[in-house]
Design a protein around this ligand. Sequence first.
Ligand SMILES: C[S@@+](CC[C@H](N)C(=O)[O-])C[C@H]1O[C@@H](n2cnc3c(N)ncnc32)[C@H](O)[C@@H]1O
Length: 780
Amino acid sequence: MGKAQLGVSTLGRRLSDHQRAVYLEELVALAFDTAQMTVDSIADLMHQATARHSRGELEDALRMYARVLAQDPEHPEALHLTGVVAHQQGRNEEAVALIARAITSRPRAPAYRNNLGMALTALGRTAQAEGAYQEALALVPNFADALLNLGNLRAAQGSFQDAVRLLERAIAADADSPQAHYNLGCARFALDDLRGALGALQKAMVLGADFAEAHYRTGSVHTALGEPEQAIACFHQALAREGDQLGAQHGLLECLDMLPPDVAPPLLEALIAALLRAKAINPRALGHPAARLLERKHGLGGEDVAASSLQALCASLLDDALARLYLRRTVNVSTPMERLLTRCRRRWLADAANSVAMAQSYWDGVAAVAIQCFFNEFVWAVSREEERSIADLEQRIVGACRSVRSPEAARLSDLLVYACYRPLWRIADAAQLRALAVDAWPDALARVLRVSLHEPLWEQDAKAAIDSGVAIRDAVSRAGQMQYEENPYPRWQALTSAGAQSIEQRVQRWNSRYAAPPELTGPLRVLVAGCGTGMDAIDMALHLRDAQVTAIDLSSASLAYAMRKAGEYGLENIHFRQQDILEFDGAGESYHVINCTGVLHHMQDPAVGLQRLVRMLMPDGLIRLALYSRLARGPLLEVREVIRARGFDSTERDIRKFRQQVFDEGAGGAFVELMGSTDFFSLSECRDLLFHVQETQFTVAGIDKLLEAAGLEFLGFELTIDEVGKGFRREHPHAALTDLDAWAAYEQQHPKSFRAMYQFWCRKSVPINHPRQHAQHLVE
Ligand SMILES: C[S@@+](CC[C@H](N)C(=O)[O-])C[C@H]1O[C@@H](n2cnc3c(N)ncnc32)[C@H](O)[C@@H]1O
């Protein structure tokens, strides 16, 4: 990370002795030049202009430099600094031209060459940029800024050894630059020199008190060193400052999973709450850390709570703001908490049935449980007695609404309790409830109404407007459609943002040698096939610059959910269509990028589905696939056998019953793993995981064959589990990350490696008779 070097000490930077000498030389030269002119006006103007420039008043400075240039069109410093402003304003071509002109008059000004290098770097003309930095260093070998910039350039090129050498020299020339220490820390980190990185980053933190990135990187180094407690403290410091919040949030997420279950640093609670609230983090990722913390805090353990302490425990849990936030934001993954709250809910229902009024102080907690139950699609156990009481309660609510023609007549606490068992939008008089002015209600209730009534009713309306295309004829497609109409998957709240990215950057993250052809560097046509509830489609529409996204799925309910979420993100560049991949012809389009996550393995013949998609992909286009791994799913396949043997069907009632059996027997065998999986805790995910109408699992060798038959070139797995990438490199040091034979061997040794599916990128190979326009996309 470099900064524009303005070149005169009057700009307010604190300069080292060495830099001062460099600039003094320039100032003397400048003074000599201007002596020929109307000295007062030019020197005065330059003085004022540079003062404004250093204060960031770029437009004013520009105007003054222009006045100097009007008098002396080749005034080197005015040309140079006009170029610096152009660079600061992102007009780098202009900057290069201006600074190059200044250099013609003053070839021995090192700062000019350094700033020229920066403008060239910004234009991606790295070879020329390097030349400019080298020229600056030839003039002044210890020019700290040029050393820093050249070091950064080397790091960006992946030459970290070189970067470290240059940055160490930059620090020797100017020991007080937090940026240089920070960049040195990052380069050492990249070389796995973790202790060295820590030393440099600690220096950067001392020198730059508000340097959020330095704290966040230090946190990442502690994570890599297996020191989650220290890491958490650093991420906390980073989040308390302005800067890369996203990086700090991601870093924090990663290290939370490393904390031993019995360790709870004092900051943990506040940090988990901040992440649960964060807009750019999917709260599902917080499930286990938050659940562990709450279980510990409230003493929720394996044993069932005695009836006498049930109320007190429930009250203390729901009185806890973190517990309520957790229940409102993410699907609960704590078995003890589910057991406790299922029993409390039963008690609330019995009270409602007996017209025992619920204290208003409980409303917030009960509302959080109602929202939780909506999100987990009412997967918790319900007894026959409860079924009867719910039916009675619904009658009472409907009757109250009808008799006085005012929904307020229904007791608010009845509505809350009912919402813990059923979605409000399905209630007989939902239209009456809908007319309520939510804003006038207590917050807790208004939230429940929004989630359980307004949003789903919006989705019902949206379904009617969905652009339905070709009939769905394939029998497996129809069965899949029915499943996802009943249980759209997955119900999600917020995306974990990767920030704005090009498609090249996305692929490069997993294959550093990938270079996108020119067709893939402009606006992209993207197809998301089997988009479900829209996570990937929305992510791509949000973060891929200028993308136009077409998102198709069999299920109108899933599409409606996706449309609502797209609206929340204010997106207008996604078009949703109800379509079967097997029938879709791309609407006359061919796509630059196709995403098909978790879909092909639910088709009768995944190869046929894939061929259809590849037909719609441009030559050299990219496809991202995600497929089940047979090895990773081994234990789940055993569970599916148990389900079949016990005769459970994929109905909501059977899924609930089966879950209860897992809870009762879960201490051993195949069920243990299931209870650790987040998917077990909501109905649609549990159905998708264990009760799917159609499922194929893959092996790495099978994927190899599948891709070859489809004319796809494998570009690399997304290695979202850090340890998998590291382990592969350790055990197969000479294999490329694209070597599928090596991956097959690795997975045999580590069968859980692809528990989050095989997620990978491919490129459509160009047919032999298709002239390749771009010689080197993947440089081997
Ligand atoms: C497991 S979900 C995955 C959803 C989404 N891709 C994601 O990762 O969140 C599978 C989705 O694929 C859709 N699907 C399955 N077969 C399909 C087909 N032949 N054509 C279009 N969509 C299909 C289903 O309707 C369902 O929404």
